[in-house]
Design a protein around this ligand. Structure first.
Ligand code: UT7
Length: 317
């Protein structure tokens, strides 16, 4: 597999820490110190599907392709306005593709899980060109009265077009059922027969536990991939890490002993946009002219589940 196009789209409404201070018992100082986040873009008038489509179209254009060239679409999404149809079905129609599509939910690690499925599809020649779209609106899962969670998230979409190649050097996925540190239950319609207790609440997160799992698992995954491939850590151009918290990013970097300039970040501008974070950051690097053919990149992400995904790719463009 190789990545041949990237795209991203963010909502227009940017919410700064100062804006949050107006209705929450919080401060720019606390948020900046504990998370590195200064602002986040959140959905207001847009629909998530429109951002997904914008990111997809940019990725197609970057790949020099049209929707007709795509023969499979994978959409990574945790929540959107529709339970059904899947977001990928909506994206397919709006970009004018006709291929099969599927939605996956591997939380913030969704981009890597989607790449893994894409790699399999390409390997067994069931598809030639695959569009991956990660579209997320975590701002709609949190209570905006809860300062511990709502300050952390933003919304957005990131996309990538992948095709056959041997630039994916290694990939590693893990799931360890740890469902009580980070969860959000959707309220379902009542029926005359429901007799069990149901207690729906906005997103619940035990931040410190998630923090520790995130750092430990990301370091473990990256070390395993470097060992497995025999690639020297110094030969990695960029470590593209999940953008949840600047302190998590810095901790992973310190444990791995990696220089600061090798670990790009944009969490300060967008907050945590779940699985869209990796492709959106990759798109920033790509469009910023930071990537060159042959550059080795590490991706690593973690999310609710607890899921983790990491891979090493060589930049192909
Ligand atoms: O994609 C995966 C999703 N999630 C993550 O990656 C999140 C991982 N966790 C984290 O990023 C951090 O744990 C947080 C940013 C969520 C919290 O940082 P922390 O340093 O672990 O703080 P804490 O939870 O231990 O809270 C410290 C204090 C608490 O007050 P008390 O109990 O010590 O009096 C909180 O109530 O900070 C308080 N607090 C706040 N204060 C001002 C929590 N949120 C805020 C806030 N403003 N927004």
């Amino acid at each position: 597999m190789k990545i041949i196009g990237t795209g991203a789209a963010h909502p227009t409404c940017s919410v700064t820490n100062e804006m949050l201070e107006k209705f929450l018992d919080t401060s720019d100082e606390w948020i900046t110190e504990r998370t590195g986040i200064k602002e986040r873009c959140v959905i207001s008038s847009e629909k998530l599907e429109d951002m997904a489509v914008a990111a997809a179209n940019k990725a197609l254009e970057d790949a020099g392709m049209t929707a007709a060239d795509i023969d499979y679409i994978i959409c990574s999404n945790v929540v959107n306005e529709y339970v059904t149809p899947a977001l990928s079905c909506i994206i397919q129609g709006k970009i004018g593709a006709t291929c099969p599509t599927v939605d996956i939910n591997a939380a913030c690690a969704g981009f890597i899980f989607a790449m893994d499925i894409a790699e399999d599809k390409l390997q067994c020649k069931k598809a030639k060109n695959i569009l991956i779209v990660c579209a997320e609106e975590p701002s709609r899962m949190v209570s905006w009265q809860n300062r511990s969670t709502c300050v952390l998230f933003g919304d957005g979409a990131g996309a990538a077009v992948v095709t056959a190649g041997d630039e994916l050097k290694a990939i590693r996925l893990t799931t360890s059922s740890l469902t009580d540190v980070l969860y959000y239950q959707r309220k379902l319609e009542p029926t005359p027969y429901i007799s069990k207790d149901e207690n729906f609440e906005p997103l619940v997160m035990r931040g410190r536990e998630v923090f520790k799992h995130a750092v430990t698992s990301s370091c473990r995954d990256i070390r395993k991939l470097l060992n497995e491939t025999g690639i020297d850590a110094n030969d990695i151009k960029y470590y593209v890490l999940h953008q949840a918290n600047r302190r998590i990013i810095d901790s992973i970097r310190n444990f791995l002993g990696v220089e600061e300039e090798k670990v790009p970040h944009n969490v300060e501008r967008y907050g945590n946009i779940s699985s869209a974070a990796l492709p959106a950051l990759l798109d920033e690097l790509n469009r910023g002219g930071k990537l060159h053919k042959g550059d080795k990149l590490v991706f690593s992400a973690f999310g609710a589940g607890f899921t983790t995904g990491a891979c090493i790719i060589e930049w192909a463009k």
